[in-house]
Design a protein around this ligand. Structure first.
Ligand code: SF4
Length: 288
């Protein structure tokens, strides 16, 4: 308990106490992708094109555009110059003439892609536990010719037919408890099942931390984009507690009246929320 208390910063404003989570701000994969993108914009052949949003953060996208970055949604649209691959990865690219590739795929996402490829080569029916429409999942599926089945929830797992061998990987941002529930169902769907845990430890840590935080607060403020899978997972966990939860992306969204009756407020962020934005939000909370 003492150790847990020490890991938090306590701040007081009026009567409301704020507990800021220890694991907050950019994760290493997002930091790395941003670093690659900024360097690419400075020195790589122009135009510097980005295949989809580099990370799920509107402010960063704006910064890239202001520095001359161009966003495209299909690699075939790429002109000669540079093409930056987003942190979430991509399916294999078609042959591109005079296009220099800067790969900002997070190494942990690469790990999922490699695991899926290896299982596929060994004859397993690959199953990805994740969100069908998420860029990361599309990228993983693409690595094995879109032959993987994507399971979003327990119901979808129940609908899967019987296979001889099933190889399971997860989208990095999934929740471990949900993954375990789905695995239980999948075990009945094959004579042999191999599970490769490809969850991102940094995401899992935040999910654990919000669960702990919820025991101490009256409500929780989650900082991040509504497009971010790991941010949405934090919101989902908070909602289960039935305590109020606010998802905000900027200080402007913070309204005093929202926190009526909240004595202790928890603050946590998704992995693509920049530190400077978190600071602005903390300042805004102080001003209230
Ligand atoms: S959340 Fe994890 S997997 Fe996703 S970019 Fe960050 S470090 Fe990589």
């Amino acid at each position: 308990m003492r150790k847990y208390r020490r890991s938090y910063k306590y701040r007081f404003l009026m009567k409301m106490k704020i507990i800021v989570a220890k694991n907050i701000g950019f994760c290493t994969g997002v930091k790395r992708a941003l670093d690659i993108a900024r360097k690419s914009l400075e020195k790589d052949p122009l135009p510097v094109q980005f295949l989809g949003g580099l990370i799920h953060n509107e402010e960063i996208i704006k910064e890239i555009k202001n520095k001359g970055g161009i966003f495209i949604s299909d690699p075939k649209e790429a002109k000669s110059g540079t093409l930056v691959i987003r942190a979430h990865g991509t399916p294999p690219l078609p042959p591109l003439n005079n296009v220099f590739i800067r790969d900002a795929t997070c190494p942990l996402v690469k790990r999922v892609q490699e695991a899926a490829k290896s299982l596929f080569k060994k004859g397993y029916q690959v199953i990805i536990i994740g969100e069908k429409e998420h860029a990361e999942v599309k990228g993983i599926r693409g690595q094995i010719g879109n032959k993987a089945i994507v399971v979003e929830n327990e119901l979808a797992a129940k609908k899967i037919k019987q296979f001889k061998k099933i190889g399971v990987v997860t989208q990095t941002t999934q929740n471990l408890e949900k993954v375990n529930r789905i695995l239980k169902i999948l075990k009945r769907k094959a004579t042999k099942i191999k599970f490769v845990n490809t969850l991102c430890p940094q995401v899992s840590l935040r999910q654990e931390e919000i669960s702990q935080l919820l025991k101490k607060v009256d409500g929780v403020l989650v900082i991040g984009s509504a497009k971010s899978a790991n941010t949405n997972q934090l919101v989902k966990i908070a909602k289960i507690s039935k305590k109020p939860v606010w998802l905000v992306n900027s200080a402007k969204e913070i309204k005093k009246q929202d926190f009526k009756g909240i004595n202790v407020l928890g603050v946590i962020s998704g992995t693509s929320a920049p530190d400077w934005n978190i600071e602005k939000i903390k300042k805004r909370l102080m001003q209230l």
